[in-house]
Write a protein that binds this ligand. Structure first.
Ligand code: GTP
Length: 611
């Protein structure tokens, strides 16, 4: 296959605008897959529970298809990108393997926050954009209005917009034509040194890591010895081929082609998205802009029964083999015992991992409050990244003569699109979460006064504010109508403090939080109330305190148990409790002592999993 007949493209869209459905139609139309039996949708069946609940696809699907036009047989490579903001950096990398993208917009919903962010990423990569309006079969579809919106937002000519229904198949043929006519073919010389770009990977129990690669130049064959530009590690190619849509082995992969490569790579962590591979002995310059994926949210994970640590650690290790982007280290807490500290790309990534872990490990786990990576500036001019409250400097360290001189926190540029009538609620949400630099403009061109016209808002927000319940609040305060996306915007100086919680005067390490000075009192009170509810009464009075350094910001006192109260030692969630009792023999053994206070691990579970 010479480059001229190859087209490499992606479908980019806001969640639920129909990416998977369109991909299916394209595969059917090119006879890559058979028409699905009515009512059965393989994609839906494959999905993780988390994915179904949130209506998004976490794992991408890449496929090659053939399409004849005149005498020419074209090879079309659909490079799928993960569908969530947590993975937006990976989306950017996957797009580097394409020359074009279908920008899919739901004709009944219009342009949404993610449509805008993915458009900008694709545009910045110099890709040809084919605008496609989907769901025109819906009675609520307003294709002409949305085409105008696309003109106003992206400068896209309405005449270039293809109107389709991925559901009924109407117009999809035109999309196929446009892919061939409008997207330029890749360029690459077979005789140049091998340059292979890794844009996705998966894990196979028997064969190890299966990488998806795009050949930029040279020819890759079975038996070739290749090396990574990033790690310099060497591998031997054991199998390669195209995804059609299942793996089909071929002799080689040529310039412009996209396919799978199995080699002697054992761990997913070695497959860095965006890495470039070369033939051993013939090094090349890597594709520009590569940086390894970085974790943005950290949390400690503990077994509810501390005797189960090894079993939990084993499950975490097994799972992280299949998910290259999770960082794993061990940590110990005096309150929770032995656990693991995990780093995730974002909170959705954390939820997905947690669910897979609970399914696999067959029990609940205690996950500590998420922490983002802070940059601590030291007086000696150096700085360090701190992602665990335990390592965060104490107030005394910031005093004159102390080792630290300041802290910077990670910030993001957030985009919200919302019907005008929810604008003030969204503005409040942004300010409550320390948002700054709020800007907005009306998205819908013609002066709509019904309150349904939409507003595009952008603001800078601290990452830590959006990793907890920002998304839930955004949805509930806009009756589900707001859409949201964000991108990394670096670090900014910020007055962050370490808050500790004390029981009977003793700090509980697993509960330490890093909070902004302005929110400290509120957060302290909220957590003290939560603790008050879950800590079982004991034979003596227990002061529960939130403090920063030596300064107590909130306090409640749990009164002593009266002698005649014997039942209801622990008042947590009944079903949960029964589940634990059934799952794990006796709950008494699991009591931890903190400052002479007996604490059941379930109390932590309820505390940390309650909103
Ligand atoms: P994620 O990948 O999970 O983010 O979603 P997606 O963009 O792939 O969307 P998906 O293809 O799963 O479609 C979302 C919903 O819209 C599904 O319920 C589809 O059946 C429906 N849908 C997709 N295309 C059309 C269409 O043309 N018309 C109608 N009426 N519904 C559609």
């Amino acid at each position: 296959y010479p480059c001229e007949v190859i087209r490499n493209f992606s479908i980019i869209a806001h969640i639920d605008h129909g990416k998977s459905t369109l991909a299916d139609r394209l595969l059917e139309l090119t006879r890559t897959i058979n028409k699905r039996v009515k009512g059965v949708n393989a994609q839906v069946l494959d999905k993780l529970k988390v994915e179904r609940e949130r209506g998004i696809t976490v794992k991408a699907q890449t496929a090659s298809m053939f399409h004849d036009k005149g005498d020419t047989r074209y090879l079309l490579n659909l490079i799928d990108t993960p569908g969530h903001v947590d993975f937006s950096w990976e989306v950017a990398r996957s797009l580097a393997a394409c020359q074009g993208a279908l920008l899919l917009v739901d004709a009944s919903q219009g342009v949404q926050a993610q449509s805008i962010s993915v458009y900008h990423v694709a545009k910045s990569k110099g890709l040809t954009i084919i605008p496609v309006l989907n769901k025109i079969d819906l009675p609520a579809a307003q294709p002409d209005m949305v085409a105008k919106q696309m003109h106003a937002t992206f400068g896209i000519e309405p005449a270039d917009v293809i109107k389709i229904s991925a559901k009924t198949g109407k117009g999809v043929e035109q999309v196929l034509q446009a892919i061939i006519d409008r997207i330029p073919p890749p360029v690459g010389e077979p005789l140049d040194p091998l340059k292979a770009f890794l844009f996705d990977s998966s894990y196979d129990r028997y064969r190890g890591v299966i990488s998806l690669m795009n050949i930029q130049s040279g020819v890759l064959r079975k038996g070739d010895k290749i090396a990574s530009c990033f790690t310099r590690k060497k591998y031997e190619v054991t199998e390669l081929g195209i995804m059609h849509p299942e793996e089909v082995s071929t002799d080689c992969l040529r310039p412009g082609q996209v396919g799978f490569v199995a080699c002697s790579m054992k761990e997913s962590a070695e497959a860095h998205i965006g890495d470039t591979f070369y033939r051993v002995g013939h090094p090349v310059d890597p594709m520009p802009g590569f940086k390894p994926a970085k974790a943005m949210v950290y949390a400690g994970v503990y077994p509810v029964d501390s005797n189960d640590f090894l079993k939990l650690e084993e499950s975490i290790k097994r799972l992280s083999l299949t998910d290259r982007s999770v960082e794993v280290t061990r940590e110990t807490s005096s309150a929770l015992g032995q656990g693991c500290r995990l780093g995730f790309l974002g909170t959705l990534h954390m939820d997905v991992f947690r669910q897979r872990l609970e399914d696999e490990y067959n029990a609940d786990v205690i996950i500590t409050a998420p922490t983002v990576p802070y940059k601590v500036l030291h007086r000696n001019g150096k700085d360090s990244i701190v992602s665990n409250p335990t390592d965060f400097p104490e107030p005394a360290d910031f005093a004159s003569g102390g080792r630290a001189k300041g802290v910077e926190e990670p910030i993001v540029k957030a985009t919200i699109i919302v019907p005008e009538k929810y604008f003030s609620a969204m503005m409040e949400l942004v300010f409550e979460n320390r948002g700054t630099g709020l800007e907005w403009h009306a998205l819908d061109a013609d002066g709509d006064t019904s309150g349904d016209g939409r507003v595009l808002m952008t603001a800078t927000l601290p990452l830590t504010e959006i990793v907890t319940d920002f998304f839930d609040k955004l949805k509930s305060r806009s009756s589900g109508f707001a859409s949201f996306d964000y991108e990394d915007a670096g670090y900014q100086a910020s007055d962050m403090r370490k808050m500790t919680f004390l029981l009977n005067g003793k700090p509980v390490d697993a509960l330490a939080l890093i909070v902004h000075a302005d929110n400290a009192a509120n957060i302290g009170r909220r957590w003290v109330d939560k603790l008050f509810k879950v800590i079982p009464r004991q034979l003596f009075e227990i002061p529960i305190q939130a403090a920063i350094g030596g300064k107590v910001l909130a306090r409640r006192t749990l009164s002593a148990m009266r002698a005649d109260v014997t039942a209801g030692l622990y008042g947590g969630h009944y079903e949960r409790k029964m589940k634990h009792l059934n799952n794990q023999k006796e709950s008494k053994r699991k009591m931890k002592r903190v400052g002479q206070v007996d604490l059941p691990q379930e109390a932590f579970f309820d505390l940390l999993s309650s909103k």
